[in-house]
Design a protein around this ligand. Sequence first.
Ligand code: CP
Length: 338
Amino acid sequence: MEHAKIKHFINTQDWSQQELKDMLVLAGELKKKPWQNSLQGKSIALLFLNPSMRTRTSFELGMQQLGGVAIVLQPGKDAWGIEFNPGAVMDGDAEEHIAEVAGVLSRYCDMIGLRCFPEFKDWDTDRNDPVIKALAQYSSVPVVNMETIVHPCQELALMQTLYERIGEVQNKKFVLTWTWHPRPLNTAVANSAALIATKFGMDVTLLCPEPAYILDSQFMDEAEKNALEHGGSFQVSHNIESAYVGADVVYAKSWGALPYYGKPEDEWELRKNYRHFIVNEEKMALTNNAIFSHCLPLRRNIKATDAVMDAPYCAAIDEAENRLHAQKAMLLTLFKQN
Ligand code: CP
C-alpha cells in the first residue's frame, strides 16, 4: 500500500530552497540550545545496511537531545536480513520483506531512517534508488535518507557550515573536486554537493579527471536546472589549475566512474593515473582563500594532505558537527509537516 500524502526527507530536490534555508536557521538556533523536549514521546528507527560513525552518532544523540528515542537496527547483523524487491521469491538470505519491516516499524516508531549504499553491480538499477523507494512505499511514517545515491543530511550540514564560514553563498565559486582513492566509491555525496550548491545559487565547477567521472545525467540535469532557477552556474572542468583559481569553497570527494560501474578492475586502469588529484596546499594557494571541506571519513595524504586537513581553512570537523544540528532541524520540520 502506498501512503502518498507523507512528506519524506529522501532528496533535497523535493524541498524548496526556502524550506531548506528555514531548516538551516532552525539548525543555528539548535546549535545554541541543543537540549529541548520538542520530540518527547517521539521515536525513530534507524536502519543501517552499511557502516557509519557520524550519521549514527548524530541521529542517536540528536533524538536524545530533543527528548526522543532512536533505535538502531543493522539488518543482516543484529536484525533479520531484508528483501526489498517486490514480488521476490525469498529463497535467499533475507528472512523478511520490506513490506512487513516497514509495516511493523511504522506501528512502533514515528519515523524510519535508512542508510543503504548502492550495490555496485548494475547502475541502471541503482540509479533509481529502489531500496529507499521500497521503504517509502510500504511505510506509513516519514522516511529519512541517511545516504543512498544521495546524502541529503550531509547537504544540510555542508550548507550550514558554508553560511557560518563565508556568509551569503550566492554566486560564490564552489569547486567540487574528484580526489584520488584506491577504489571506486559511491557517488552520493558528489551528487548531493552538486545539487545543494546549485540550489543555493553558487557558481559550481565539477572538477574531475576525465568525462568517465562525470556524474549521472539525472544529477547533472538537476544541477543545471537548479543553477538556472537560482541564479548560479554549473560547469564541468578537467583542468585542475583553472578550476581552483578564484574558488571560495573547495569540496572534495572521491567516486567511481559510472561507465565502469561494477567493474573495479577495469576502472582501476583509469583511476591509477589520477593520484595527483589529491588536495594539497599548492592547489589551495590558487584559490580565493577558500575554505576546504569533506564529508568524512577521509584518508589523509590520499584525498587531502595533512597540511590541508590541519589548516584553519579546513571546515570538515565543523561540517561533521553540523550534521547533529541540521538533522535535528530537519526532524523537527518533518514532524511539523506530517
Ligand atoms: N559523512 C558520513 O555520513 O559519515 P558516516 O559514514 O561516518 O556516517
